[in-house]
Design a protein around this ligand. Structure first.
Ligand code: PHE
Length: 349
């Protein structure tokens, strides 16, 4: 479009002059700010006049001139706002500044109890050479079951126990334990292996105070030449004392898992009543905290590890269970309901 119209040229000249002027205005007080507003944006101000001049611009050039004017008005408003903000800031710093005033509290929240316990357990095992391994929560049958020596008819493979991703397809499921991660580690690394696998696991359970459809586990795996059951017991005793205090004792009861042989369940002496008997330990003096055993040679072989050369142990525990004993939380649902009143009670250290 031609911009040759005399009126339009004049208007452009005016606009650029105003732009220069507005930049050079010194606005150092509220009075000056108000004067600025009246001069440029007020009902009798520069903008008002310019919009009045628009009448005289040729019709075909009105649109462009109007756009230029609108832009100018927006820029003036921005300059006005900038001056205003600066004035307010300097005022705050000036008369009202009191350097002796205590700073306001910053609300930083607190860490989730399960995160605290998870970090503590990782730290305890890292001190004796364990690294951390993680894997997918959506897992295939091989890593969650078959490689771990689960027979085809094992009840854990049932719809009642496991969440399968697709109806009728029993190949892909939400992992039911983090032993699946350990299979992945064995497939990809050569012994010696010393690793713990923290993570969320899923089971098809009705939600209640004592059971949930998801929870968190930390499983451990140690594979090397000549690893023995005595090594396992000593490792777990070290762990129990680190978590529950120097006085903690453990006992092992024979048990069964498809992937370990022999297998055991581990109890720790009741930290709540010092083994005298209370309702938490059901008057036995002992609390069950984890499952463990020597890795079944079939499991080693399934992941390509020579079971004639290597042996190993594995153990697995629920993070909620350890947190329950440390913090005396008796309802599992509290961990996932995000009630601030519950969560803010936990602090690190
Ligand atoms: N994977 C078992 C569970 O989910 C725990 C476990 C791990 C038991 C390793 C023995 C050895 O319950």
């Amino acid at each position: 479009m031609s911009l040759g119209g005399v009126k339009n040229d004049k208007m452009k000249e005016k606009i650029s002059k105003i732009r220069e002027k507005m930049k050079s205005e010194a606005v150092k007080s509220h009075e000056a700010l108000e004067a600025f507003r009246i001069a440029y944006l007020g009902t009798k101000g520069v903008m008002k006049q310019l919009f009045g001049d628009l009448k005289e611009v040729a019709n075909e050039e009105k649109k462009e001139a109007g756009q230029l004017l609108n832009q100018l008005r927006m820029d003036l408003e921005a300059v006005y706002a900038e001056h205003k903000e600066k004035l307010e800031q300097t005022e705050d710093l000036g008369s009202n500044l009191d350097l002796s005033r205590p700073a306001e509290d910053v609300n930083i929240g607190s860490r989730h109890p399960l995160s605290l316990v998870r970090s503590e357990i990782i730290e305890i095992f890292s001190r004796i050479g364990y690294n951390v391994s993680e894997g997918p929560e959506i897992e295939d049958d091989w890593h969650n079951f078959s490689a771990l020596n689960f027979p085809p008819e094992h009840p854990a493979r049932d719809m009642q126990d496991t969440f399968f991703i697709e109806k009728g397809k029993e190949e892909i499921a939400l992992r039911t334990h983090t032993s699946s991660v350990q299979v992945r580690v064995m497939e990809n690394q050569k012994p010696p292996i010393r690793t713990i696998s923290p993570g969320r696991v899923y089971r098809n359970e009705a939600i209640s105070a004592r059971a949930h459809c998801f929870f968190h586990q930390i499983e451990g795996l140690y594979i090397d030449k000549k690893v023995s059951f005595a090594d396992l017991k000593q490792t777990l005793l070290y762990f129990a004392k680190e978590v529950f205090g120097e006085k903690a004792q453990i006992r092992l009861r024979p048990s069964y898992f498809p992937f370990t042989e022999p297998s055991a369940e581990v109890d720790v002496s009741c930290t709540i009543c010092n083994s005298k008997g209370c309702n938490v330990c059901k008057y036995t003096g002992w609390l069950e905290i984890l499952g463990c055993g020597m890795v079944d040679p079939n499991v080693l072989e399934a992941s390509g590890i020579d079971s004639k050369v290597y042996s190993g142990f594995a153990f697995g525990m629920g993070v909620e269970r350890i947190a329950q004993l440390k913090y005396k939380v008796n309802d599992l649902r509290l961990y996932s309901e995000n009630d601030i009143r519950f969560l803010k009670q936990f602090t690190a250290g």
